[in-house]
Design a protein around this ligand. Structure first.
Ligand SMILES: Cc1cc2nc3c(=O)[nH]c(=O)nc-3n(C[C@H](O)[C@H](O)[C@H](O)COP(=O)(O)OP(=O)(O)OC[C@H]3O[C@@H](n4cnc5c(N)ncnc54)[C@H](O)[C@@H]3O)c2cc1C
Length: 423
């Protein structure tokens, strides 16, 4: 078992990706070279702006090359809660936006010729307890009534074998509009498209400090200083204290993944006959799917910490995977890795401007489509092509205690474990 990312081993960063030294001046400096930053850069170049992406490691190094590759409809917060909190009109707009985000990724990858195994496989939400399935049934009714959305359906426990080769769950909820893709192929394809269109990709360059000047900003990095009229922070789960109010609005959470060696085709068919993107209804949820080359990819966490031991976490994840799929007992694990998600206290994505600097983050495990589409919209805001985005219009909870998450994350983890036991 290798403690490394399967996706980037299958599709490494292209060695011929054109990278640039730090320029002296650009219209827009983007900090962070993942889906948010690259999609913003593409939109900005379309509008004729000069753009540099500053990435502390290499382009795509963060969550964008390490995730489960599930481009999901909806947001992390449930739509009924979103309706109660923001009202029906805004709720409908958020839902439609989430569908548009998946469509956007499909359109963009087609237009840019990014071969990233994008397939509308649909997603399957699995009921961990019988009462969760009862809730799915209500949810289908709610979606029909409030959103006119008729694409969702439930699958009872007796029929679940048509969807998944496991008896561990009490039914499922299917949305066929979600999709699966190869995250590393997607992010490196985006990087190549951005480079083709003249975006400067500046690697191994970390933002250290930003100062306001008359013409915009002085961006200080470990490789020197750049002046930019505007700055977009696109660092999501890797956001640091450089701009304190930004760090106070997000907490980074670790997510852990294992993959098996490729499985025989008959076993792939048995475990996931429809090739759906699957996840369950726990707080500490598990998510899983087959990779394009037929491995089982199984992810989740037993703790919110971003720095658990990868081998120990793989053993625990393997035990959980075998509880769900006893057929995988004894199948060797090929890779184990982790990455950081960014979550806000209200479970909503957030975007806007703070201390003059723009930002977009907190996708809470839904960033494949949301970071892409929100990144594009933020690029359009910076290019003056739109005035705002939906996510800039909601209150963004920020608290001084948030950056001290190592003190309270263990307590939150304990609380989630209790919730998973009792609810
Ligand atoms: C294990 C895992 C599984 C996931 N599964 C899914 C999934 O199946 N579906 C889904 O929708 N979402 C999933 N997500 C979430 C999704 O991957 C993210 O929401 C998305 O990739 C965020 O993109 P981003 O560009 O905003 O951030 P990232 O891709 O994380 O990029 C941020 C970049 O900022 C850089 N950076 C940080 N600080 C600095 C600095 N000071 N200077 C310069 N650069 C800096 C980092 O090096 C990093 O490369 C998963 C995440 C993880 C970790």
């Amino acid at each position: 078992m290798k403690p490394s990312v399967y996706w980037t081993e299958d599709c490494p960063r292209p060695p011929d990706l054109p990278v640039s030294p730090l320029p002296e001046t650009v219209d827009v400096a983007i900090i962070g070279g993942g889906y948010t930053g690259l999609n913003a850069a593409l939109a900005l170049r379309k509008a004729g702006a000069s753009v540099a992406i500053l990435e502390k490691e290499s382009i795509g190094w963060g969550a964008s090359s390490r995730n489960g590759g599930m481009a999901l409809t909806g947001l992390k917060e449930s739509m009924p809660v979103i309706f109660r909190r923001y009202g029906a009109e805004m709720g409908r707009a958020f839902w439609q936006w989430s569908l548009d985000a998946v469509d956007y990724v499909e359109r963009l990858t087609t237009e840019e010729g990014i071969d990233c195994n994008f397939v509308r496989s649909g997603h399957l939400l699995l009921a961990f307890k019988p009462q969760h399935f009862a809730h799915f049934v209500e949810e289908v009714r709610w979606f029909r009534k409030q959103l006119g959305y008729t694409d969702l359906w439930v699958v009872g426990k007796a029929e679940l074998h048509c969807e998944i080769g496991s008896t561990a769950y009490h039914g499922g909820l299917v949305d066929p509009r979600s999709a699966g893709l190869h995250p590393a192929r997607y992010v490196f394809g985006l990087a190549q498209a951005a480079a083709r269109q003249g975006v400067l990709l500046v690697e191994r360059t970390a933002l250290m400090d930003i100062r306001r000047i008359r013409t915009g900003f002085l961006v200080n990095t470990n490789c020197g200083t750049l002046s930019a009229s505007e700055v977009l922070i696109a660092t999501n789960g890797y956001t640091t204290n450089v701009i304190r109010p930004l760090r106070q609005g997000i907490f980074p959470v670790g997510s852990y993944i294992i993959t098996t060696e490729p499985l025989p085709v008959s076993l792939q068919q048995e475990l996931s006959p429809r090739g759906r993107m699957c996840f369950d209804s726990k707080h500490f949820l598990n998510y899983f799917r087959l990779t394009p080359d037929g491995r089982m990819l199984f992810g989740g966490r037993h703790n919110l910490s971003p720095s658990l031991d990868l081998i120990d976490s793989a053993r625990k994840m393997q035990a959980r995977m075998v509880e769900v799929f006893p057929q995988l007992a004894g199948v060797p694990i090929s890779h184990t890795w982790n990455g950081n998600l960014g979550i806000a206290l209200d479970l909503m994505p957030h975007a806007g401007r703070v201390n003059g600097v723009h930002y977009a983050y907190a996708y809470a495990g839904h960033g494949v489509s949301i970071a892409s589409f929100l990144g594009k919209e933020m690029g359009e805001v910076l290019a003056g092509k739109r005035t705002s985005t939906l996510f800039a219009q909601i209150n963004h909870p920020r608290y001084a205690f948030v950056p001290y998450d190592r003190f309270y994350l263990p307590l939150v983890s304990g609380w989630f474990r209790l919730l998973d036991f009792f609810t």
